[in-house]
Every structure is written in structure tokens, then in C-alpha cells.
Design a protein around this ligand. Structure first.
Ligand code: NDP
Ligand code: 2IT
Length: 449
């Protein structure tokens, strides 16, 4: 980047810091994107003239609301709800809802900001948004979850609509929660508007493959990165952090493609099973019984549970972080590279710190950033919307094929864009630039709004 361009981008970033004090994750996400956009501004002076970057960094609308609910003992709780409707240049706001005690505006804004570029990369007509609450679902009964979801939707419904804003799941939100949210939306609006939420149950408007989509998609993306290096998953030892929706279906697809996943985790510890993880057991523990991953060792005496362990200490060739933001720091990244890791595919959003990203890029390993690698989830949400709009339901095989084609397309787009802009095999640059250009062009076309 020329010194003038660097100064310009830095000034935009400083203004983001000033306007959004304390929102460190949002700052991190913005910095990571805009520091790669200099070459685009050189090619497209109209983006600077129309202040596209400044506008993209400012959400179109931010909603913050009170969520009161009662627990099973009758005690009243007050949580805070969020929906950040970030950008609608390419379609209705689209993105998940996160329920986790760490949620505050800065987390929702980082996720919403990432979502703009991710959704653009899918090639589907979806804008970017994200929402959630600081509600902690751990240890809560089904009834408590239902009451929380009903209260949350009682405010949020007025901001949603199949052509306006379409939420889905993220951490702490899966099929059960989407069911309660959908039921309350339907009740309040008196409309069976299937396309207002995605991740629905298969009997009431959901799409086959949505549950598997993020994990499968991330694995397809890594498979493409490996192919570009004349390699494959065959026989590779893999690590997948987390043990939730994304982790489970990442492990499943890795195994289908001939890799061996030896470890997964949760916020308390790590399971290491050298001969390969027993995925049926993990599904039973996590999806059916809602238990903790430490219980795995009750069923496999040759597996190890490492309380408070660091999964990235385990040697591997492929690492797929699938838990949460900033779970791989600079030291972890160095360890992974030193231990022989040749590919990293991010199922989670922003799981690698800037120091970690630098290590991966300098080591020239295949590094697929979240906004490209985990786009299969939201892309399949868009396929769900498509089926809802045509009142149709596709087969598993057909939908999975579509997902695979989308991931192959995203990989190609990132790869080619990186090359075009002089950063061959740098998927960070490729994803940011390709994702940005489409949104920027639409914003120019729509005028100053
Ligand atoms: P789940 O709630 O199903 O699972 C989350 C997993 O990550 C759990 O194992 C959880 O452990 C662990 N985790 C969450 N927060 C932390 C933390 N602060 N420290 C350590 N571990 C943590 O969520 P998903 O699988 O849906 O989401 C995982 C990641 O993937 C997130 O970054 C999400 O944004 C991203 N993502 C999800 C998509 C989707 O379709 N669901 C699409 C694209 C990205 P514990 O139970 O101990 O909290
Ligand atoms: O981060 C994400 O892309 C998601 N949580 C999925 C969003 C969606 O609308 O399916």
C-alpha cells in the first residue's frame, strides 16, 4: 500500500475506534478487513469518493432491548438482547443469534461486520446482521429456554421479516431455540412466514443439510485448499476445537474424507483419543443428552480428558478451530506450525488472533479465514430461504451437492482474487477483497443511503 493510502485507511480505523469505544472484538474485525483494502481503493476511486468503507463500518441499525424472563422457581431475570442490522446492500439482513454470557454489543458488531463479507462471498442474495443476548443457557431447563426465547422474540419480531431480517443459530442457539422463537413469531404476527428464520425443524420448513452445513462446508473448503497444493485429507491427523454444532459436523466430514480427528474440546477441557474420535458417542452426549465432553472417557478407557487443556498443544496436520473467537493466539499458532500443521480452516468466527494469523501467513501454510471457510452455514440458510419461497423441499444429496459447489466457488473466488491483487495463496486478502467489492458496488449503485 502507498504511504498515502496507508494514512487514509489508518484514519478510517482511528475514527472507528473513536466512535465505538471499548468494543475490542469489533475493532479487531474491522482492522483485519480494512488493512487489506488499499489496492481496491486504488483501482476504484469511486469507493473512496462515496466513503464506502466508512459507511460499511457503521451499522444501518442497532437494536438493544430488555429481555425479562422467569426461571422455574419463579425468580425474575433480566437479560439484554441485541440485533445489529449491519448492511442490506445485497439482501435482507442475515445472520445468527448467539446466547452466551460473554455477549455485549462489541461481540455482536464484530460478528455482524464479518457476516457482511461472508454473505457476499456465498454469492447468495443476503445482507449482513447478527444478534443475541448475554443470557447463559447452560444448566437451564427446556421450559426456561422456552420462556427466554419467547420474551426475546416478543421484542425482536417487529424488526424481522423474510424480506427484512432473517436470524438463525450461532453459539447456544440450535434447532430447539429456533423452534421456540419461530412459534412465538407466528403467534404474535399471525403469519406462517417460514422464511423469517432458518435452521428450522425438517417438518416445518427446515432444510436438509442445514444442521451439517457449517462443519461440512468448512471441511470442503479445507479440502479445496489442500487440492490446490496437490494434497488431500487422506490419512491426516486433525484437531477440531469445540464440541457443538460446527465441531460435530466438521469431524463427521473429515472422517468421510479419510482424515482422522483425534481431539475436540469445550470450555472446560480437551478430549484426546489417539485412535480417532467416536463421533456417534459425541453426538449422543452433546445432541441428545446435552452432557459435557468430559463424560466421553466413561465410555472409552483409552481416551484422555485434559481438564483446562490446550487442544493446540496436540500435534496435527490440519487444525479446524470451531469454538469461539480468539481461541488461537500467536503462541498456539507457532506451536501448530512447529508440530507440522499444514492447513487451518476456521469453522468459528475470528478464532485466530492477529498475531496468530501473521504466523500462519508467514509460514505459508494453507490458512482459510472464517468468513470464507465457515460460509457454508449461512449459504445453506439461503438455500433454506429459497426452498421456503418456492414451498419446496430438496433431498439431502441435492442440497449437499449445492453446498459443495458453493464452497468450491468461494475457494476459487478467494484464490483468484488473491492472485489478481498480487498476494498469491493468501486467502485473507482474497476473501476480504472479493467480499468487499460486491457489497461496495451495490452500495454505489443504490446511492447515498
Ligand atoms: P455451539 O453452541 O453448538 O457450540 C459451541 C462450542 O464452542 C461448545 O463446545 C462450547 O463449549 C465452545 N465454546 C463456546 N464459547 C467458548 C469459549 N468462550 N471458550 C471455549 N469454548 C467455547 O455453537 P456453534 O457450533 O454453532 O458455533 C461455534 C462457532 O462457529 C462460533 O464461533 C460460531 O460463531 C461459528 N459459526 C457457527 C455457525 C452455525 O451455523 N452454527 C455458522 C458459522 C460460524 P461450552 O459448551 O463449554 O461453552
Ligand atoms: O456465523 C454464521 O454464519 C452463522 N452463525 C450462521 C448464520 C445463518 O444465518 O445461517
Amino acid at each position: 500500500m502507498s504511504p498515502q493510502m496507508e494514512e487514509k485507511v489508518e484514519a478510517i480505523y482511528q475514527e472507528v475506534l473513536r466512535r465505538n469505544p471499548g468494543e475490542v472484538e469489533f475493532h479487531q474485525a474491522v482492522r483485519e478487513v480494512i488493512e487489506t483494502l488499499g489496492p481496491v481503493l486504488v483501482k476504484h476511486p469511486e469507493f473512496s469518493e462515496r466513503k464506502i468503507i466508512q459507511r460499511i463500518c457503521e451499522p444501518e441499525r442497532q437494536i438493544i432491548f430488555r429481555v425479562p424472563w422467569q426461571d422455574d422457581k419463579g425468580e425474575v431475570h433480566i437479560n439484554r438482547g441485541f440485533r445489529v442490522e449491519f448492511n442490506s446492500a445485497l439482501g435482507p439482513y442475515k445472520g445468527g443469534l448467539r446466547l452466551h454470557p460473554s455477549v455485549y454489543l462489541g461481540i455482536i458488531k464484530f460478528l455482524g461486520f464479518e457476516q457482511i463479507f461472508k454473505n457476499s462471498l456465498t454469492g447468495m442474495p443476503i445482507g449482513g446482521g447478527k444478534g443475541g443476548s448475554d443470557f447463559d443457557p447452560k444448566g437451564r431447563s427446556d421450559d426456561e429456554i422456552m420462556r427466554f426465547c419467547q420474551s426475546f422474540m416478543t421484542e425482536l419480531y417487529r424488526h424481522l421479516g423474510e424480506h427484512t431480517d432473517v436470524p438463525a443459530g450461532d453459539i447456544g442457539v440450535g434447532g430447539r431455540e429456533i423452534g421456540y422463537l419461530f412459534g412465538q413469531y407466528k403467534r404474535i404476527t399471525n403469519r406462517y412466514e417460514a422464511g423469517v428464520l432458518t435452521g428450522k425443524g425438517l417438518d416445518w420448513g427446515g432444510s436438509l443439510v442445514r444442521t451439517e452445513a457449517t462443519g461440512y462446508g468448512a471441511t470442503f473448503f479445507v479440502s479445496e485448499m489442500l487440492k490446490a497444493r496437490k494434497d488431500s485429507f487422506g490419512g491426516k491427523t486433525c484437531l477440531v476445537s469445540g464440541s457443538g454444532n460446527v465441531a460435530i459436523y466438521t469431524i463427521e466430514k473429515i472422517h468421510q474424507l479419510g482424515g482422522k480427528c483425534v481431539a475436540c474440546s469445550d470450555s472446560n477441557g480437551v478430549i484426546y483419543h489417539e485412535k480417532g474420535l467416536d463421533l456417534d458417542l459425541i453426538k449422543q452426549l452433546k445432541e441428545v443428552e446435552r452432557r459435557r465432553i468430559k463424560d466421553y472417557v466413561e465410555f472409552h478407557k483409552d481416551a484422555k480428558y485434559i481438564a483446562s487443556g490446550n487442544i493446540w498443544d496436540i500435534p496435527c496436520q490440519v487444525a479446524m478451530p470451531s469454538a469461539t473467537q480468539n481461541e488461537i493466539n500467536g503462541k498456539d499458532a507457532q506451536k501448530l506450525v512447529k508440530n507440522g500443521c499444514i492447513a487451518v480452516g476456521e469453522g468459528a468466527n475470528m478464532p485466530t488472533t492477529p498475531e496468530g494469523v501473521k504466523v500462519f501467513l508467514e509460514a505459508k501454510i494453507a490458512y482459510g479465514p472464517g468468513k470464507a471457510a465457515n460460509a457454508g452455514g449461512v449459504a445453506t440458510s439461503a438455500l433454506e430461504m429459497q426452498q421456503n419461497a418456492s414451498r419446496d423441499a430438496w433431498t439431502f444429496e441435492y442440497t449437499e451437492k449445492k453446498l459443495e459447489e458453493i464452497m468450491v466457488g468461494i475457494h476459487r473466488l478467494c484464490y483468484d482474487t488473491a492472485e489478481e491483487y498480487g498476494f498469491p495463496s493468501n486467502y485473507v486478502v482474497g476473501a476480504n477483497i472479493a467480499g468487499f467489492i460486491k457489497v461496495a458496488k451495490a452500495m454505489v449503485a443504490h446511492g447515498l443511503i
